[in-house]
Design a protein around this ligand. Structure first.
Ligand SMILES: C[S@@+](CC[C@H](N)C(=O)[O-])C[C@H]1O[C@@H](n2cnc3c(N)ncnc32)[C@H](O)[C@@H]1O
Length: 359
């Protein structure tokens, strides 16, 4: 089995290398079409593939002349190589240029190499949802910080559970739940989710608002909003209205939320292959787009109310510096809360949140 396993891993890793998509998606597709991999062999295969993805730079540094097949064999036989003499960016598995962009890189980047837990959000009473999951044999418990959070003690195929089919759970990292909770939307308020995507934030806002009030969801990619509608229906949420085109900012909102497109480096624990796709030029472009989005979104905030800026990034360019730039050209806004979440700080994915109040 060993040689077959290594060959299969080499084949899949080569595919992952060629496509700029999260590795998890490609691994799931591979498993769905290679059903012979099951039980212990599947576990071993997954550990090998994820292990190699997470150690790419270190394996290349330790075995510079070897082919990938040989590196995979080495990893399979002996685990991680000794890289104590390698440069820090190799040890931390990031492009060299990236080091200067992250505050406290020496603490943040090693933590970003860890394997993350699977976290769910209970869409109804968490204790009841925990009982329902446990009754189906899912080993899980409540998260410490988010009152909606549930962590899985071991991998489970959730889509087959009754809890999933009944809309009682959604997959969402605890950090994403916590930034939404920090924003503190309340029942009967109005919220404009300006970069709503498939609705991760809109759905938790609706839950916090007890499905009372109004959420307007916009995204530049309509396909994602249609997914949001499906998820809202599954979770019995009725207060979210999607818009496919921006209207003039005549109507203003209590909360405008910009969950901005970003480098995504805060989630590199989950998609470790994506760390090699980001370039310095792309980062600069992303920062520019974020600035333009903030510029538009801020026009929809009611006086005295809130503009919240979120990224799932650890870079200061996309976070503190972006907010400083915005405040310089918008002196009628002031920061009332600013926070970073990360694997190192909070054991969650990396998020940045700045809540600004309009004067
Ligand atoms: C971080 S994702 C949003 C995630 C979503 N809020 C959630 O919680 O699931 C950023 C989103 O911004 C959208 N986007 C990119 N450029 C945009 C723009 N100019 N205006 C509005 N949305 C934009 C992307 O399509 C993407 O869905």
């Amino acid at each position: 089995m060993t040689q077959e396993l290594i060959k299969a891993a080499a084949y899949l890793l080569e595919k992952i290398e060629r496509r700029p998509a999260p590795a998890g998606e490609m691994i799931n597709t591979y498993l769905a079409t290679h059903k012979y991999l099951k039980g212990e062999a599947k576990k071993e295969f997954l550990a090998l593939v994820w292990g190699v993805i997470r150690a790419k730079a270190r394996l290349m540094w330790a075995y510079p002349e070897a082919s990938w097949q040989e590196r995979i064999e080495k990893f399979f036989e002996s685990g991680l190589p000794d890289v104590s003499k390698a440069p820090k960016y190799i040890q931390w598995e990031v492009p060299e240029w990236f080091l200067n962009h992250v505050p406290e890189a020496e603490k943040e980047l090693p933590a970003l190499l860890e394997t993350p837990p699977i976290i769910l959000r209970a869409t109804e009473n968490r204790e009841e949802v925990l009982k329902a999951l446990q009754a189906e044999g899912i080993e899980c418990d409540g998260c410490e910080k988010s009152p909606f959070g549930i962590f899985l003690k071991e991998y489970a195929n959730l889509k087959n559970t009754k809890a999933w089919k009944q809309g009682l759970i959604d997959v969402q990292d605890e950090g994403a739940q916590l930034v939404a909770l920090d924003i503190g939307v309340e029942p009967k308020q109005s919220v404009f989710d300006f970069c709503a995507g498939a609705g991760g934030k809109s759905l938790i806002f609706a839950q916090m608002m007890q499905n009372k009030g109004f959420i307007q969801a916009y995204d530049i990619t309509p396909k994602k909003l249609f997914e949001l509608v499906k998820r809202a229906t599954r979770a019995h949420i009725s207060i979210i209205k999607i818009i496919l085109k921006l209207e003039k900012p005549d109507k203003k909102f209590d909360h405008v939320v910009v969950d901005a497109p970003c480098s995504g480096c805060g989630t590199w624990r989950r998609s470790p292959n994506l760390r090699w796709n980001l370039t310095e030029k792309q980062l600069a472009h992303i920062v520019k787009v974020q600035g333009e989005i903030l510029e538009r979104a801020c026009q929809y905030v009611k006086p005295g109310h809130y503009l919240s800026y979120i990224t799932c990034s650890l870079t200061r360019d996309e976070n503190e510096e972006q907010v400083e730039k915005f405040l310089k050209s918008h002196p009628n806004f002031r920061v009332i809360k600013q926070k970073r979440y990360s694997p190192y700080r909070t054991g969650t994915d990396g998020f940045f949140l700045s809540i600004m109040q309009k004067g």
